[in-house]
Design a protein around this ligand. Structure first.
Ligand code: FRU
Length: 470
């Protein structure tokens, strides 16, 4: 079997080592930048750098050298997550310096590094900007996300843990990006023991806070992953530092989706990248090829239909080739394999219309005998849709479900890569993201119906081109 058979074709993955959160996602001097948490020393002791991908079109990416290394007293145990924005014509990268002393006691320092070209960064000589956590908080105090308002005033949100072991987000303000003033907590929602990777922004006239609360208990179909990731929509009063919001909603309904970060593009679009991983997951089959994890595709966000909608960015269309169509066809009780939709790194779009089936859906990345498969299944009694990876292959198991309004017809936009699946349901109303590692010839695709019929009104498949320089 070839080496590195799980290497992603069009999802950003590290050339070697361990990838986690996207950092400093930005568009600067005509170039898109996605930095990321890169443990270059995996599986040895963590040495977290900021790795770097750059692109001039958001689809063809180059991996460059690490831009931040954990070599200073204030970041010696890791240049942790953070964000980047243009300020005074430079790119300012804010991150958390993680430090552990001989007794393994942690300190968190908020730091700055500055670049004139987006490729070479110099750490600020008066780091740290924020020296430790203020009174009332533990050293779990990290992941600064910074933005400027229209008057050039700076804001920073940081994920925090209170001394009573509950999570929250705190706000800082600045007039020069160097001196930061603590404003206080923006939310008092009770959700878990720590909130990681906050991101607060305006979208379609609303304020949105995305964050990753750790420590929520599963509730039926909700909160089934190790840690959660979601958003609250509301109204942010920046003067008083208070975010009046609705409830927490999970952003993705699959298995691996964490620590997302957004960027606003000059054309007004709001783009999100997330880590297609989950903390403490380190045992993927790709370990034998000395790399672990990847990013999601870039997704465009909007708020409509009462929720945050995610769609692949338009640029992704340019990665598609060899389009084939199939359908309409009716599948009665049983399944139909669609050989022309088979493939390792492909996009499959289809509209399924229920014609009396109790359950219907598709299987993907299945072996020839279908023993191994990943399923997307809709139940017309409960109107639930599920991603089932109980038999996906070498790694992973479990089922994740989301509630649909109706199961009369379901639109699926499925992106498969060598070792992942992203399913955009009904134009991005729900998204399921997961890593899967088919063990054998797993490239088969088909449609099935149980207890009645389903019609594939129209289906199409495209091959996805390679988008990374290694
Ligand atoms: C989230 C996270 C962040 C932290 C980083 C360390 O996955 O734990 O809170 O900054 O990863 O790599």
């Amino acid at each position: 079997m070839s080496k590195d058979r799980y290497r992603q074709r069009y999802h950003l993955s590290p050339p070697y080592g361990f990838m986690n959160d996207p950092n400093g996602v930005s568009f600067y001097k005509g170039i898109y930048h996605v930095f990321y948490q890169w443990n270059t020393n995996f599986p040895g002791e963590k040495q977290i750098h900021w790795g770097h991908f750059s692109s001039d079109d958001m689809i063809n990416w180059k991996h460059g050298k690490a831009v931040l290394a954990p070599v200073d007293w204030y970041d010696k145990n890791g240049c942790y997550s953070g964000s980047a924005i243009k300020y005074n014509d430079k790119l300012y990268a804010f991150y958390t310096g993680n430090v552990k002393d001989e007794k393994n006691i942690r300190s968190a320092y908020q730091c700055l590094a500055i670049s004139a070209d987006g490729f070479e960064f110099e750490k600020y000589d008066k780091n740290p900007l924020i020296d430790g956590a203020p009174k009332g908080y533990t050293p779990h105090y990290r992941d600064p996300k910074v933005w400027l308002d229209e008057n050039g005033k700076g804001f920073m949100v940081i994920g925090a843990q209170r001394e009573n072991r509950t999570g929250t987000v705190v706000l800082y303000t600045s007039t020069n990006m160097l001196d930061w003033k603590f404003k206080g907590e923006i939310s008092d929602k009770k959700l878990g023991f720590m909130w990681e990777c906050p991101d607060l922004f305006k979208l379609d006239g609303h304020d949105v806070l995305i964050f990753c609360p750790q420590g929520l208990e599963p509730e039926g179909d909700l909160y089934n992953n190790r840690y959660q990731c979601g958003y609250m929509v509301g109204n942010m009063d920046l003067e008083n530092g208070k975010f009046d919001s609705g409830d927490f909603v999970e952003l993705d309904r699959g298995f691996e989706f964490y620590a997302p970060q957004t960027v606003s593009l000059p054309d007004g679009r709001k783009i999100l990248y997330a880590w297609m991983g989950m903390p403490e997951e380190e045992d993927h089959p790709s370990v034998e090829d000395n790399w672990v994890h990847c990013m999601t595709m870039p997704r465009e966000l909007d708020i409509s239909r009462g929720k945050l909608i995610q769609k692949p960015v338009g640029e992704i269309e340019r990665l598609k080739e060899n389009k084939v169509e199939s359908g309409p066809m009716e599948i009665r009780e049983g399944h139909i394999k669609i050989p022309e939709f088979a493939g390792e790194s492909v996009n499959i779009k289809m509209l399924l219309k229920n014609k009396g089936a109790k359950e219907f859906g598709v299987y993907l990345k299945a072996s020839n005998d279908l023993q191994e498969n990943t399923m997307i299944k809709v139940n017309s009694d409960t109107n639930k849709i599920e991603l089932n990876r109980e038999k996906s292959g070498l790694w992973g198991s479990g089922i994740r479900r989301a509630q649909l309004k109706s199961a009369d017809s379901v639109e699926l936009d499925i992106y498969l890569d060598k070792s992942s699946v992203e399913v955009f349901v009904n134009g991005g109303e729900e998204v399921f993201t997961a890593r899967i590692f088919p063990s054998r010839e797993g490239i088969c695709f088909g449609v099935f119906a149980n207890g009645g019929a389903v019609e594939m009104v129209k289906g199409e498949k495209s091959d996805m081109k390679k988008s990374i320089n290694f």
